[in-house]
Ligand binder design. Structure first.
Ligand code: ZN
Length: 274
């Protein structure tokens, strides 16, 4: 099994029976520290501390980076001469309708990672997203600050509630999950496997929530954007005019590079198309 994980889908029966990646890393790490301690002679303490620190850095990278696929298999690219714009944290009554108008007028498709509580407040908006041909994904029910510290059982309840809320509003049960704040932990892999969800990361982070100007963000993305990229954006809780200006710029950038804007694919649709 590869830890690179992007592009290839790891949904075989073999994968279903496999130990979680987190458990494997912990076992390998403990063995590596023990072996280093036993074999390092006079420098055994320093050497084993270094190995332990490297293991910790590896797990930390897996926690902070969905697309590293270290702690859970993740898809972070789209096939072909295409790019996927993905919007987190909606639906937002101020921003999402205008964004949908813009996408429709420019002939672009996108993917929306919806928060269950916001779908409950604005089910009509979630329905409109689906009706207009965009993809939707699970972004947790409440988007709590401590989601990454939930036990597997609590995370499952959280994600299942979001699945139910979105299905009730739209008739569609999401196949994709993006964790709040993009953080992954030991509970994610078994939970999304049980709920038949797949993790979707990104290749281009827009940093649209930290106050940079639209021009600065556009310039930065313009230098990076190429075929197969997934761009991380936000519509929920964001200034509408900024979201519209940035999206308009990204559509123009994609058009200039002959890239089609598509929804993020998932394995269920891959199978249906075969
Ligand atoms: Zn979010």
């Amino acid at each position: 099994m590869s830890f690179s994980g992007t592009g290839a889908w790891l949904r075989s029966d073999h994968e279903q029976l496999e130990m979680n990646r987190f458990s494997k890393i912990i076992i390998v790490g403990v063995v590596a520290v023990a072996v280093t301690y036993l074999l390092s002679g006079d420098h055994r303490v320093v050497a084993s501390v270094i190995v332990a620190a490297l293991c910790l850095a590896f797990v930390t990278r897996g926690t902070l980076s969905v697309q590293s696929a270290i702690l859970c298999p993740a898809r972070s690219t789209v096939p072909g001469q295409c790019v996927a714009l993905t919007y987190d944290d909606g639906p937002d009554p101020e921003t999402t309708p205008a964004l949908l108008d813009l996408l429709r007028d420019r002939g672009a498709k996108a993917t929306f990672f919806l928060i269950g509580d916001r779908v409950r407040e604005h089910p009509d908006l979630a329905r409109r997203i689906v009706d207009e041909g965009h993809a939707i994904g699970n972004h947790s029910q409440a988007h709590g600050l401590w989601t990454n510290f939930y036990s597997p059982a609590r995370l499952r309840r959280e994600l299942e509630a979001c699945q139910d809320t979105i299905e009730e509003a739209t008739g569609v049960r999401p196949a994709l999950y993006r964790p709040p704040f993009g953080l992954v932990n030991h509970a994610v892999q078994p939970t999304i496997r049980a709920l038949d969800l797949e993790l979707l990361g990104w290749t281009v982070r827009s940093w649209d929530t930290i106050g940079w100007s639209v021009e600065r963000i556009t310039k930065r993305i313009g230098r990076r954007l190429s075929a197969r990229d997934i761009v991380l954006l936000h519509d929920g809780g964001q200034d509408r005019e900024r979201v519209l200006a940035l999206t308009s710029n990204l559509i123009a950038l994609a058009e200039g590079k002959n890239l089609e804007l598509v929804t993020a694919p998932d394995s269920k649709h891959d199978r249906e198309e075969q």
